[in-house]
Design a protein around this ligand. Sequence first.
Ligand code: SF4
Ligand code: ZN
Ligand code: ZN
Length: 319
Amino acid sequence: MKCRVCRDPAVIKIERHNANFCATHLQRLCRDQTAKAIKDYEMFGPDDRILVAVSGGKDSLALWDILIELGYEADGLYIGLGIGAAGEYSDESGAYARSFAADRGLRLLEVDLVAEYGYDIPNGSKAAKRAPCSACGLSKRHLFDKAAVDGGYDAVATGHNLDDEAAVLFGNVLRWQTEYLGRQHPVLPARNGFPRKVKPLVRLGEREMAAYCIVGGIDYILDECPMSAGNKHLAYKDALNDIEVMSPGTKQAFYSRFIDHAAHRFVDEDEHGDAVLSDCISCGAPSSNEICAFCALVERATQPVAAPTRRKREKAEHS
Ligand code: SF4
Ligand code: ZN
Ligand code: ZN
């Protein structure tokens, strides 16, 4: 197996390009594809300051590395979510993010849900009666937005790759959730007090990101989040991977052609797009209600657990 560019031994075969790449040319491919996505979708310019949402996983660390290699000014933000037994999974993820930043002299901002807001995702999602990924997504979106606005960043960049975005699109199309289709574009402009959000890795697959980290000596957390079990997107990814094996390139065509030719038709269906927002009375963030969804979550997640009623106590004693 030889590299398509230099004929040296290859480290990866990328079926949808029908080509093999050595370590050097894999790195170049990943950087070129990221630069192309940034340029084609007008994500940001050379003087913009970027805040990278860093989880300690392969995608976000690879993205941070690539942006720095491309010459952008990019800081990281890690959010401690308190996931895993005694928060172990989050502690480990945070250690990878910190060590990546320290090794390269990069600036990593940190927010800790437990220390700063008094809840973690496992307990908070239960108390708020939300699925863990829903409580987690809401918390992360709010805190990334806040950090970007407070820090004067021009855009928040996340490590969503082609597999992630194609799986989300697949799920939305299967149920014709047209109100979400308008939000699938890899750039969401700044509006209503929210910062611009960009996904520069949408032209790269999960395997390429893992390989990019391995050849570049980027250590990342290998384990999946323990709360991801049952997440429908994993099943959508598997389904798309089966199709991809039969017909390489389908995933990229499915996603890219939607973005390039059809996504704009659904922008008006995004009910939150042009909503008139006021300031949350608790935190000041833009919100369609008096209290924003994040503050409502914090309130429910941190309220003291009510003592069990006598009936419940008796039932527990006799069970
Ligand atoms: Fe959060 Fe769900 Fe992702 Fe885990 S899998 S980090 S709970 S969104
Ligand atoms: Zn090569
Ligand atoms: Zn609020």
